[in-house]
Structure formats: structure tokens, C-alpha cells
Design a protein around this ligand. Structure first.
Ligand code: ADP
Ligand code: ASP
Ligand code: MG
Length: 814
């Protein structure tokens, strides 16, 4: 049974661990291998590195190490006898540690040998403490010095074990009849008697060596998570425990970065068919993971995902590569000489290029090795180019069930592609157990989450929303999203996270998601002053999968962010009409960027609020139809005004006021009254119909004098409108006597677009339009005799918000 750093990290943890060991020892003999208390090995490294560069602070670090152990011993409440025996074992190494560090400080140098010696102190100390605590608990354990039994070569910090001699010694020294042995992990000794270590994380390996030598029934690795998880829990949320896996799968996962088990651990246990069980000392009743010959290929094709961050990708290219097998030999020989471990290799079929990845820390040595093998001035014809890309990440998708199953690689690449993650190099072994690939470091967490969702939670997708504008429409939208969150969560199909909310003054960003029950108070109390540049930056650095920016503002600054957002793979859903009605080249650029970066730009609510106008025209055009003519009432607010005037004696200015109060108008009603809003809408429809038009191409006949609309603010505008009331009222009386009505119409006829107030009689389909309703009549090749008609409420927070939400859901594609 091996207990990791957190499992022996405090007195409380040690007592818990003893309970676990007691349970097992009641049934059979146990060898307990312990790591250093959590964090201690790092502190030891810090202390010796500091001392060696003559940094006085090494003393504080040494003190911190002493204190951690003293506190733990104090809290164990040991009897005086046991305690005094223990103190001898603790004091001596701690004093020595301080002296060696002082020595390093004086000499200003640190050799691998001394470093390995110091780094091993953590296990010596923790194993002594555990030994004493066991005695206190009434168990009579035997403490074994692993340095007496594990024999290695002289690679001090990550030494190779001489298996034969080691197994032999373990068998000699461990009395199998005896109940409990305590063994410090990680540390070993060379043939010539110098202290060595088995490499960081090496206590797992110590335990596996003991298990193999003693032909144990099983090897238990006790750690702080529920077994081997489907991905690194520090990078992916909602991971699941993998109940069973094969040795090969475990080897691939650990080799490619699953820290929960140290890669060399698998081999000794596997050679003797010993099952490895990974368990959680914080939750001993959890089954954890069993690693053995068996796997469960049917449940999930993919078992787990792992990553190695900070790798460097080398590409060696040149005509000299073709057919010269010796070149690859030379390359790998050179890397071996430098003791560089190659994480990943691919060779293109033309043999023109070899591509390999190494840990970033090894990169300088690789460059040296390449230079030594092929000096730059001799490269010319044989090897034209060596190219290195730093800051890359390696991801591996692992599972025995992937063998002979088609479509896995396809799924991996399309999931990544949808999220704008470019793959730099790919490798798949012929065992098909592992597909690994290299991407930019920046995208590692995002890629893992996207893949995890795709393979393990396929019914459950997460989208991240950033909502700009928390006014009428925005607040309504947030309410609708809250209801949708509950609904989709119940259905188990979609998780909607709102990761940002901003109004014109404040912004609040939280990549974990903002609880929509309290967004207003949180925005007020935690929000920071709005700064669109900062906002854009944060959205980019969050780099969350399926990010959608929702613009329910009427702001030009906000719409100016779109190009940068699209280029960063953020989808856009907008009710703001400014971008789609901006100069044509800009509009075309947005379409181009959305295609290039594989993200959507959706603006259904730009016209007719929630009515399906834009998507209908898009579908007609996509299916090969041609739009001949559009006639439409596109302003909900103006229609409301013209429907209201006259009823209950309401005057023009009052009708506008009402429309504004009900949230039917633009924040600035002049935009509606001038016809500008309608012009934008028909322009957007004309562009969807395939016309490259500009605002200037539209003929607009305004019904109010320009001066009326030139007001500083709403109060000024209202005064001006009141002044128009007598004239409007007399016109209205004339109209009513002629049995006609006013409608502000937009039309597109044979490529020409016009807008203006028209007087229509009851034969016109728009005559009976009520309230804020819109009507859109579309004549096409296929709708020649009678137009296609889309009608219904065309303004208002509820319908606009629901149109926005519909666009969002269509991106989620559930
Ligand atoms: P110990 O000190 O017990 O040896 P480690 O820190 O070495 O523990 O390993 C356990 C940690 O490994 C977990 O806390 C987890 O953060 C990390 N980890 C990374 N990938 C995985 C994975 N696929 N499954 C489980 N844990 C993982
Ligand atoms: N204490 C050592 C380390 O931190 C070994 C281990 O925990 O397995 O690397
Ligand atoms: Mg470990």
C-alpha cells in the first residue's frame, strides 16, 4: 500500500491512513510505502537551490520544513516513550539538512548527487513519523530502509533500478509473515553506496518494486482523488472515475501526463500480473480504479485524456531526409546521447520531414545535439531546415476500445476544429490505443474540455455566454436564460454558463458562471467599470469552449469588437443592427471572418425581433430561389404609434411617448422616427437577398422635418413632437375620412430599396396590422402569385430576447 504526500500530509491524515492500513493488516501482511509529507520535496529542492546560489533565505525554507514535521508530531499526541525514540530519528536528519545547506551556501555549487541526497529527506522523515504513529496505534511495524534494498545506477536524480539485485534484497529482508512494514518511498542507493532517488513521483515505483519482489496480491496506490480519472481534474471539470483499465492504457495515460501514477510503476506489477488499485484516502469506500489485464472496451471507446504542457516541437526538413534512413538514426542517437526523452515523433510519408516533441526544459540540449550532429554550415543539401516551436502542448487520447473503431480521430479533429484549435502535428501508434497531437499551449485546457465533453458527456454540452447590455432586452433575456438553464439541465443536454454580464457602466466576469438569481447584486457589488478593451482581453484569455458574445446594446463601440471576437473563435449573436448595416466591405468582412474561424454570426433579431425573417430569406436563397420583391412594415415602434394615434383621442406625441415607455423604441426614438431604423432593417434584408447595397442607396422619405428630430435628449424631442401634433392630427382626420391608414413601409423592388410613410387602404395586407406588429411580404421565383407572408409582434423585450435565445440555442445545436 503506497500513501502519497497528501495522505500523510498532517497528523489527521496519518491517523486516517492508519485506519486504512489496520483494515488491510487484519487480513494479510502489508508493506506500507510512504511519500514525503505533501510539499516537502519541493521545499527541499527550494532549500538546496537557494543555498547553492548563496541566497540566505534557504534558512527560512529549512525552518519551514522542520516546523511542518514538528507540528505534525505534536498533533499526533504520542506517548513520551515513542515520542523520544522518534525525535532522535527526526532531529538527526534535520540538523544534517541544515548543515549540508550551509555547506552548499559556502561552496556555491550543487551537484546532482548532493541534490538527490537532500531531496530524499522527506521520505525518511515521514516514514519515521508514520512508523511511530503506528506503534502508538498498537501495531508493531518494521521500518525498512529502502536504500538498503533498492539498488540503482548513478543517475542520481532519476536512477535506473537493478531489478534482479533489488528483488533479491527485498525478498531477503522482508519477513512475509510479519504484519506491517513501513518503507520510505522514492529513495534508493547506488551500487557504490551513494544516495539516489527514483525521480519525482517515484514513491509509486518503490511500492511497485516491493509488490513485484514479494509477488503481492495487489498493489494499492492511495492518493487524493477517486482513482484514475477521465482527465486531469485540475484542468477539466466533471471528470469521471475510470473503474477498470488495462496496464497498457494506464501506461499510455501516465506516460502522457496523468500524474496520479508515476509511469515506471506499471511495468514491475504488470510483469507479475499484479493488479494495481488506485484509491482515495479521503474517501476509502470509493471503488477507485483497477488496473489489470482486463479492460472495459465497450463502455467508452476512449478511456482517458491527458496532456503534457510546455513542450517544444522540432521539425527537421530537407531533401536530404528522403530515403536516408541513417539520418533518423543519427538524429535519435544524438538525442539519446543528450539523455533527452522524446515525447512524440512523426514522419511524413515522403520521408521529407521528421517532427518530434520534447519537454521545453530539454529544448536547449536538443538544439545543441542537432548542432553537434549537423553543424549549420554543413547542412545545405542534406538537411535544409531545423525549425523549433516553443510553448506547445501535447494531448493524448487513450483507450484500448479505440482499436479498429473508425471515426475517433475524425471526431477529435472536428471537435477541435469547431473550437478554432489548430493541430500542429499528429501521431497514432499502430496499436491504435493512443492518438496524440500537438497544439498551442494556450489551447490545452480548452481542448481537453472540448474533447472530454465530446467523448464522456456526449449528451451534455457547455456553452459560455458573455452578455453585453443589461437594459430592457438584456434583463428579459437573462430571465429567459435562467429558465432555459433549468430546462436544459433537466434534459441533460446543455449547460448554459453566463460567464460575463455588462451594462453601460459595469462589467462582471466569472468563467465559472454567474448565478442568474443574483446577477444584479453581483454586478453592482463586484463589477468593475466597463472597459471594452479589457473585456475583449478577458474573453480571449479565458479561451472557453463554445463562447458566445451576445450584443443587446445599440452601441457602435460594442459592434466594433466583432472582428476581433470572431477571429478569436467567439460566436456572435446580436440584436444590435449597426454592424450588419455598416458599409458593405465591413459587413462582408464579418461574414468572411465567421466562415474562416468556423464561428457563427447570427443577427435574426435585427429584423422583426423574434420573427423568423433573416433565416427564412437565407434559406430561400440557399435553396436556389430568387427574391424579386419585399414589402414590409419593419418598425414595431412606428406601427405602434400609427396604430395608436386617434384611438382614445391620443395625439402623435403621446403615442410616441407610450411606445418609448413600453420599451418598443430604440433608446433614442429619433432613430425610429427618422426612418433610419427601418432603413437599416431593409438594408440587412436586401443584403441577405444577395444585393451589395449601402445605406446611401436607399431612398427614404422622412415624414418629420429634420429640425423636429434634432433634440438633445428625450425631453427636447418630446417638446418638438408636441409641436407637430396639430399638423399630424389634421392629416389623420383627412386620412380617416378617406378610409385609409398610415404605414411606414420598406420595399425592395428589382434591386431598388425605398422607405417612407404610405397611405394604404383596406385592400393592403398591412391595413389591419395591430400594435407593434410587423409584416413582411416576399415575392420570389417560387412565391410569384401570392407572396410569402411573415407577420406578428416585431418589437418588445420578450420577443426580442426570445429571438436572441433561439440564435444561441441554434449555435449549441442541441
Ligand atoms: P500523490 O501525492 O498521492 O502521489 P499526486 O499529486 O502525485 O498524488 O497524484 C494525484 C494527482 O494527480 C491528483 O490530485 C490529480 O490532481 C492529478 N491527476 C492528473 N491527471 C489525473 C488523472 N487522469 N486522474 C487522476 N488524477 C490525475
Ligand atoms: N516525494 C517525492 C516527490 O514529491 C516522491 C513522491 O511523492 O512520490 O516527487
Ligand atoms: Mg504521486
Amino acid at each position: 500500500m503506497k500513501f502519497g504526500g497528501t495522505s500523510v500530509g498532517s497528523a489527521e491524515r496519518i491517523l486516517q491512513m492508519i485506519e486504512i492500513v489496520k483494515g488491510a493488516a487484519a487480513r494479510e501482511s502489508v508493506v506500507v510505502v510512504v511519500s514525503a509529507m505533501s510539499g516537502i520535496t519541493n521545499l527541499l529542492e527550494e532549500a538546496c537551490k537557494k543555498a547553492a546560489v548563496q541566497d540566505e533565505n534557504f534558512r527560512t525554507v529549512v525552518e519551514a520544513i522542520s516546523r511542518r514535521h514538528d507540528e505534525c508530531i505534536g498533533a499526533l499526541g504520542l506517548s513520551p516513550q515513542i515520542s523520544s525514540r522518534l525525535i532522535v530519528h527526526i532531529r538527526e536528519p534535520l540538523v544534517r539538512l541544515g548543515e549540508i545547506c550551509k555547506g552548499l551556501f559556502l561552496v556555491g555549487d550543487l551537484t546532482p548527487k548532493t541534490k538527490a541526497h537532500i531531496m530524499g529527506y522527506g521520505e525518511l522523515l515521514s516514514s519515521r513519523i508514520v512508523n511511530a504513529a503506528m506503534e502508538e496505534a498498537g501495531i508493531q511495524p518494521t521500518w525498512i530502509d529502502s536504500r538498503q534494498v533498492i539498488i540503482t545506477n548513478h543517475d542520481y536524480e532519476s536512477a535506473q533500478v537493478d531489478l534482479n539485485r533489488t528483488y533479491h534484497r527485498i525478498q531477503e529482508i522482508v519477513d512475509r509473515e510479519k504484519g506491517v512494514h513501513i518503507v520510505p518511498g522514492y529513495i534508493a542507493r547506488s551500487e557504490t553506496g551513494e544516495n539516489t532517488t527514483l525521480g519525482r513521483g517515484g514513491s509509486d515505483y518503490t511500492a511497485s518494486l516491493f509488490a513485484a519482489a514479494l509477488e503481492a496480491h495487489r498493489l494499492e496506490i492511495w492518493t487524493d482523488v477517486n482513482g484514475m480519472l477521465s482527465a486531469d481534474p485540475r484542468l477539466v471539470s466533471d471528470t469521471i472515475t475510470i473503474p477498470k483499465m488495462s496496464y497498457e492504457e494506464a501506461m499510455e495515460l501516465s506516460y502522457f501526463g496523468a500524474k496520479v501514477i508515476y509511469p515506471p510503476t506499471i511495468q514491475p506489477a504488470m510483469a507479475r500480473h499484479i493488479p494495481i488499485v488506485i484509491k482515495n484516502s479521503f474517501e476509502p469506500s470509493h471503488e477507485g480504479t483497477i488496473i489489470s489485464e482486463e479492460t472495459q472496451p465497450d463502455q467508452y471507446f476512449v478511456k482517458g485524456l491527458t496532456s503534457i504542457q510546455h513542450v517544444s516541437l522540432f521539425t527537421v526538413t530537407g531533401p536530404g531526409m528522403i530515403g536516408v534512413s541513417g539520418l533518423a538514426d543519427q538524429l535519435f542517437h544524438a538525442l539519446r546521447e543528450e539523455k533527452v526523452s522524446v515525447l512524440f515523433i512523426t514522419q511524413s510519408s515522403s520521408e521529407h520531414t521528421i517532427c518530434f516533441a520534447v519537454h521545453k526544459a530539454d529544448s536547449p540540449r536538443v538544439q545543441m545535439a542537432l548542432e553537434a550532429t549537423w553543424p549549420v554550415d554543413s547542412r545545405d543539401s542534406r538537411l535544409t531546415l531545423v525549425h523549433v516551436e516553443e510553448n506547445m502542448g501535447l494531448i493524448a487520447v487513450v483507450g484500448d476500445g479505440m482499436r479498429e473503431r473508425s471515426g475517433i480521430a475524425g471526431k477529435i479533429f472536428s471537435l477541435l476544429g469547431e473550437n478554432g484549435i489548430n493541430i500542429r502535428a499528429i501521431a497514432q501508434g499502430s496499436t491504435e490505443r493512443n492518438v496524440s497531437f500537438i497544439i498551442n499551449q494556450f489551447h490545452v485546457a480548452k481542448a481537453l474540455n472540448v474533447l472530454h465533453e465530446g467523448f464522456f458527456l456526449s449528451s451534455h454540452k457547455t456553452i459560455h455566454l458573455f452578455i453585453l447590455g443589461a437594459g430592457n432586452v438584456g434583463a428579459t433575456l437573462l430571465n429567459q436564460i435562467r429558465e432555459a438553464q433549468v430546462h436544459f439541465l433537466k434534459a441533460g443536454s446543455l449547460q448554459i454558463k453566463v460567464s460575463g454580464i455588462a451594462n453601460s457602466k459595469m462589467m462582471l466576469l466569472d468563467q465559472e458562471g454567474i448565478d442568474l438569481r443574483h446577477w444584479e447584486t453581483r454586478l453592482k457589488s463586484e463589477g468593475q467599470a466597463i472597459d471594452l478593451k479589457v473585456l475583449l482581453d478577458r474573453i480571449r484569455t479565458f479561451n472557453l469552449r463554445n463562447s458566445i458574445l451576445i450584443d443587446v446594446t445599440a452601441s457602435e463601440e460594442v459592434s466594433n469588437l466583432y472582428p476581433a471576437l470572431l477571429a478569436s473563435n467567439v460566436h456572435i449573436v446580436t440584436a444590435n443592427k449597426i454592424a450588419a448595416s455598416s458599409p458593405y466591405p465591413h459587413y462582408a468582412e464579418l461574414k468572411h471572418l465567421s466562415a474562416k474561424h468556423n464561428v457563427r454570426f447570427l443577427n435574426e433579431t435585427n429584423v422583426g425581433a423574434g420573427l423568423p425573417v433573416i433565416k427564412t430569406i437565407r434559406d430561400l436563397v440557399l435553396t436556389g430561389d430568387h427574391i424579386h420583391r419585399i414589402q414590409a412594415v419593419l418598425s414595431g415602434s412606428l406601427n405602434y404609434v400609427f396604430d395608436r394615434i386617434g384611438s382614445e383621442g391620443i395625439l402623435f406625441s403621446q403615442a410616441v411617448r407610450e411606445a418609448r415607455e413600453k420599451g418598443y423604441t430604440e433608446p433614442n426614438p429619433s432613430l425610429d422616427l427618422s426612418g433610419k431604423d427601418v432603413m437599416r432593417k431593409i438594408l440587412i434584408l436586401a443584403r441577405e437577398a444577395g444585393l451589395k447595397l449601402e445605406m446611401d442607396d436607399i431612398q427614404n422619405k422622412p415624414f418629420l422635418p429634420a429640425e423636429t428630430l434634432q433634440a438633445e435628449d428625450w425631453d427636447g424631442l418630446y417638446e418638438n413632437l408636441k409641436a407637430m401634433d396639430p399638423q399630424m392630427e389634421s392629416e389623420r382626420l383627412r386620412l380617416s375620412s378617406e378610409k385609409k391608414r398610415w404605414r411606414y413601409m420598406a420595399s425592395l423592388i428589382d434591386g431598388k430599396v425605398s422607405t417612407g410613410l404610405e397611405e394604404i387602404d383596406e385592400t393592403h395586407p398591412a391595413y389591419h396590422l395591430k400594435d407593434t406588429d410587423n409584416i413582411i411580404l416576399i415575392w420570389t421565383d417560387r412565391y410569384q402569385k401570392r407572396p410569402m407572408v411573415i407577420a406578428g409582434a416585431g418589437a418588445g423585450p420578450e420577443v426580442t430576447a426570445s429571438g436572441v435565445l433561439a440564435d444561441v440555442i441554434s449555435i449549441a445545436n442541441v
